[in-house]
Design a protein around this ligand. Structure first.
Ligand SMILES: Nc1ncnc2c1ncn2[C@@H]1O[C@H](COP(=O)(O)OP(=O)(O)OP(=O)(O)O)[C@@H](O)[C@H]1O
Length: 245
């Protein structure tokens, strides 16, 4: 095994994975730097979800390596991988995947409660994130009483509440209306940047990808290029434009 570069939080080499014979990934290598927002883009079926599942340890690739902070994930026992995901990663998908029996604040605080943080401290942290996402008034309600857009905000709050090292966001705003989408994404990316959270964001939406520092386009399960976006005022020092295949 080749050790990954020190400055990559997530590093993967030559990932291959097929789903019951249907090709998902055909040899993807990727490095995700500390505190960057990386967009994985591509049309439907290009392998974005499969890649995020492999990078986050949800799925073990049939071939290839995944490393997190220089620790191999692909060789971890399932329980260790699950612990890594619970303690260091956050996950947001297009479908909020909330626990229907729990209230909004309990759903938000879940990553902390699962780690044994006290109810009082977990509730305080959850309330802060719910306020930032403008859904604090619903804290005591259950998910079914909320609109889809509000439920999606809870799943964003839950991912941030766990103070993870990396958040994997798979089409996080695909089901939201345009105005909602812009606000949720702005809150999410601003929070990730201010807390130094690395984000791997899968999207087929160019407007969403434009919020990232760097874009990795996929096509038919392969990387076609890596694009570093022109530096923004808050991203001084990044390369103006680079292209590599
Ligand atoms: N559980 C599965 N069973 C069978 N085939 C699958 C499964 N999951 C993904 N695939 C196939 O793997 C390929 C990559 O799918 P994947 O969902 O990773 O792409 P994607 O870029 O995320 O697409 P989308 O934007 O539609 O979610 C597609 O051809 C898809 O049909």
């Amino acid at each position: 095994m080749v050790a990954p570069p020190d400055n990559d939080v997530i590093w993967a080499r030559s990932l291959h994975h097929s789903h019951n014979g249907s090709p998902g990934l055909g040899g993807v290598s990727i490095g995700v730097r500390d505190a960057e927002i990386l967009a994985v883009t591509g049309p439907r079926g290009s392998g974005k979800t499969t890649l995020l599942h492999c990078l986050s340890g949800r799925l073990v690739p049939q071939e290839g390596e995944v490393w997190f902070n220089s620790v191999p994930v692909h060789t971890m026992a399932p329980r260790v991988r699950e612990q890594l995901r619970r303690e260091r990663f956050g996950w947001i998908s297009a479908d909020p995947e909330l626990v229907p029996e729990l209230t909004v604040w309990e759903n938000t605080a879940l990553p902390l409660l699962l780690r044994g943080v006290s109810h009082r401290a977990a509730r305080k942290a959850a309330t802060e994130w719910l306020e930032r996402l403008d859904i604090a008034p619903f804290a005591k309600k259950r998910p079914h009483a909320l609109l889809q857009a509000q439920r999606q905000r809870i799943s964003v709050a839950r991912a941030l509440c766990g103070a993870p090292t990396v958040i994997f966001a798979d089409e996080p705003t695909a089901t939201l209306h345009r105005a909602d989408r812009a606000q949720v994404l702005r809150t999410f990316t601003t929070a990730a940047r201010s807390h130094g959270i690395t984000v791997v964001l899968a999207t087929h939406d160019a407007e969403v990808a434009a919020l990232a520092d760097r874009t990795v386009p996929l096509l038919d399960g392969r990387c076609v290029a890596t694009v570093t976006l022109p530096s923004k005022p808050e991203a001084e020092g990044r390369a103006a434009c680079s292209l590599s295949v």
